[in-house]
Ligand binder design. Structure first.
Ligand SMILES: CC(C)(COP(=O)(O)OP(=O)(O)OC[C@H]1O[C@@H](n2cnc3c(N)ncnc32)[C@H](O)[C@@H]1OP(=O)(O)O)[C@@H](O)C(=O)NCCC(=O)NCCS
Length: 279
């Protein structure tokens, strides 16, 4: 229904700020309670790999809030901030069962944060983002606009999950269930990390990054018109590959190249096991 409402709003040539803001607030609430989301799994049947589909209209609807917002002063305790008056921050209640630990984190309105999520300070979860049950968003971590974080994901300290509002058709970063992302990682440009994968400390992935699979002996690259996909259970660590052309060849210059060193085994499980007591 909210989608139809947006179609009507979008078609209006004389859309007023009041109408736009009223619709936008409804959208923010729907995003926060998870009835609307920027990406959804369009695969059919259980056990099959997720087929992620972008709801472009949701991104367009989010952009409406930016368009109709006016710069305003926001007072948060002793602090003064300045942002569009349409874009506020979320406040939780104890019933939400989200551990928002004190110390400089912010969840913007329009982000879905499921029960059992732990947010260590400082962390930032942007508009349109989706964080599913039992995930840990550690200190200095960013969940960018529209990014999707699955269930029981560990997003370690200082890891950055890039956001994307524009272009509206662009796939946001998707981190599927039970993925572990080590400290200081950067996952950008619609990269999909399949379930149970482990991304080692300091790995940076964007749509142009070739990843060498040392188990199967091939490079994983994004396919034409698609995004980079890290396979299920892959254990990826930072590596390098020698230049094949240009002046750097003689110099022995290497390019950055993440490597799948193996697929997850018991040892990996132990290396990334989380203390239940802390949760
Ligand atoms: C990926 C990771 C989990 C290791 O997994 P593991 O299953 O224990 O890996 P193994 O020890 O079996 O390593 C397999 C091979 O990869 C190498 N390797 C492992 N981790 C590596 C890394 N991060 N960088 C480079 N090489 C690595 C090992 O030396 C080994 O190579 P070898 O067989 O030639 O000796 C670990 O390196 C990692 O990144 N942990 C995340 C830590 C972190 O950021 N925590 C956040 C806390 S806030």
């Amino acid at each position: 229904m909210i989608k139809q409402k947006f179609e009507t709003i979008r078609a209006k040539s004389d859309l007023s700020r009041e109408e736009a803001i009223s619709f936008f607030n409804e959208l923010l609430t729907a995003l926060e309670n998870g009835t609307v989301s920027v990406v959804e799994n369009s695969s059919s049947g259980s056990g099959s790999s997720c087929e992620w589909k972008v709801n472009t209209w949701v991104k367009e609807a989010i952009l409406l809030g930016f368009k109709f917002g006016n710069l305003a002063e926001i007072n948060l305790g002793a602090w003064k901030f300045f942002d569009k008056d349409t874009l506020s921050y979320r406040s939780f209640t104890i019933e939400d069962k989200v551990r928002l630990v004190p110390g400089g984190s912010l969840v913007r309105r329009g982000a879905f944060v499921a029960s059992g999520t732990i947010i260590m300070p400082p962390a930032y979860i942007n508009i349109g983002a989706y964080v599913d049950q039992g995930s840990m968003i550690d200190s200095h971590a960013l969940v960018g606009s529209c990014a999707r974080i699955g269930k029981n994901v560990h997003l370690s300290a200082a890891s950055q999950i890039g956001g994307v509002l524009e272009p509206v058709g662009a796939m946001p970063v998707i981190v599927e269930d039970n993925v572990f992302i080590g400290g200081n990682c950067g996952i950008y440009e619609g990269t999909i990390i399949r379930k149970h994968a482990v991304i080692g400390t300091g790995v940076i992935l964007n749509a142009s990054t070739p990843v060498f699979d040392n188990v199967n002996g091939n490079y994983i690259r994004k396919e034409e018109g698609k995004t980079l996909v890290i396979p299920e259970n892959a254990v990826v660590v930072a590596g390098s590959r020698p230049l094949r052309s240009g002046k750097g060849v003689e110099e022995g210059v290497h390019l950055y190249c993440p490597v799948i060193i193996k697929y997850r085994d018991d040892k990996t499980g132990k290396a990334i096991t989380l203390e239940d007591l802390l949760r």
